[in-house]
Design a protein around this ligand. Structure first.
Ligand code: SF4
Length: 417
């Protein structure tokens, strides 16, 4: 959903929040929410990964999926009680971890719970993240039968040497077979993830990865620059000198290469790392409907261990460890670990730096109407410096990142934190 549309569909008197924690989740925003479902299991940990994951164990996965269905029941009932009807949802996103590692029937049970306890719209976008090493023909058929209509495939690289270095469990052949199998099964909305700036990656290697990805004509591409996070194996490897430090200048060149190659191939860059193929159907956008919720201040509810939620005013996060999450849901229906109520300024500043990720930027007048904040008056001096550094533009009433600003976005976002 475009930012401007979001603002248009947001009433001014439609947020009713109370201080009582038991009733602070009132959802009265007339923007349709999304559901995120976290499946934490992975065959093994990739070297760069700092997500909340755990080793795949069949018995635990079965109990976990039951717990997620129970948590969906809890939240569906709670929100329906506050709204006097089931809450409408138009996106469901299975993320992880590796959602494709669990039995398809387990995901179908979770989806059935979503449909029972939320009002899932007929045209809902339902995405599953897939690791190519975990695919089977039976799973594909069962996913489609359950209503999953979008596949986000974690390719990361088409070069086996890079996949081995990342400790991925698939090879390039499996990646290609996965896309072919998804197409043959009838998936019409496929997104591929690639990572740029891997240790020892050359421009030639990245060019090859881009070329292979674009040849497949996925509907969507998520192309991320590698971030080395503390606590990951890669972080330790670099610290021990086993791998070179990432080269920022090279990363900038790889980013420029991806923007140029995708544009030439007919993809629209709509977010810092996300590119959508121009749709053949005039009114159908191939942007990620679910991820747009994060960038456009739309509520989303996260189910599963470590999942985050936002209802328009409160943010909360579930308990991280898988076993503890299962126990907590069994005891109390939900598994909130921590929650925070945003004040007006926090809500506005978060909305700014999330919306700035989008290429279309922010309509300043509409923002002022919605959030009561004049961005130029509040951050004028800092924004002027960013404009001088060619990181942002303010034109025709819109604040946007420039191409250079998208590469150095964290510098701009610092203004608002
Ligand atoms: S498959 Fe994804 S979630 Fe699992 S360890 Fe690798 S990067 Fe992390």
């Amino acid at each position: 959903m475009a930012w401007k549309q979001v603002l248009k569909t947001t009433g001014k008197d439609n947020r009713i929040y109370r201080n009582n924690p038991e009733s602070c989740y009132t959802f009265s925003v007339n923007k349709i929410a999304g559901l995120y479902i976290h499946i934490p299991f992975c065959a093994r940990k990739c070297t760069y990964c700092n997500f909340n994951t755990t080793d795949f164990v069949e018995g635990l996965a079965a109990r976990y999926c039951q717990a997620v269905a129970a948590e969906i029941h809890y939240w569906g009932q709670r929100l329906a009680k506050e709204e006097s009807s089931l809450l409408p949802i138009d996106t469901i996103y299975f993320g992880g971890g590796t959602p494709s590692i669990v039995e398809a029937e387990q995901l179908a049970t979770i989806l059935a719970a979503c449909r029972r306890h939320f009002q899932v719209t007929a045209d809902a976008e339902i995405t599953i993240e897939i690791n190519p090493a975990t695919l089977s023909p039976q799973k594909l058929t069962a996913w489609l039968a359950a209503g999953i209509n979008r596949a986000s495939v974690g390719i990361q690289s088409f070069l086996d040497s890079e996949l081995i270095a990342l400790s991925r469990t698939h090879d390039s052949q499996q990646a290609l077979q996965t896309i072919a199998a998804l197409r043959a099964a009838g998936f019409q909305n496929i997104s591929l993830d690639l990572i740029a700036g891997l240790p020892q990656q050359t421009k030639t290697n990245w060019q090859y990865n881009l070329h292979e990805a674009l040849l497949l004509r996925p509907e969507h591409l998520s192309l991320y620059l590698l971030e080395v996070k503390e606590g990951t194996q890669l972080f330790s490897q670099i610290k021990r000198g086993q791998r070179p430090q990432p080269d920022d200048d090279l990363a900038a060149q790889l980013y420029e290469m991806m923007c140029a190659a995708t544009a030439e191939a007919g993809y629209e860059q709509y977010e810092i790392s996300n590119f959508a193929l121009a749709s053949r159907a005039p009114k159908k956008s191939l942007r990620s409907k679910h991820n747009l919720k994060y960038w456009s201040d739309t509520p989303f509810y996260g189910m599963g261990c470590g999942a985050h939620s936002y209802d328009g005013r409160m943010r909360w996060v579930n308990t991280l460890p898988t076993e503890t999450y299962v126990e907590q849901v069994a005891a109390q229906g939900q598994a909130i670990h921590e929650r925070r109520r945003l004040d007006d300024t926090e809500r506005a500043t978060e909305a700014i730096f999330m919306a700035l990720r989008l290429t279309e930027g922010i309509d300043l007048a509409a923002f002022r109407d919605e959030y009561g904040m004049d961005i130029l008056a509040t951050y004028g001096a800092e924004l002027e410096r960013s404009a001088d550094a060619e990181l942002i533009t303010i034109e025709a009433g819109r604040l946007r990142l420039t191409a250079r600003g998208r590469l150095l976005s964290n510098e701009v976002f610092m203004i608002f934190v």
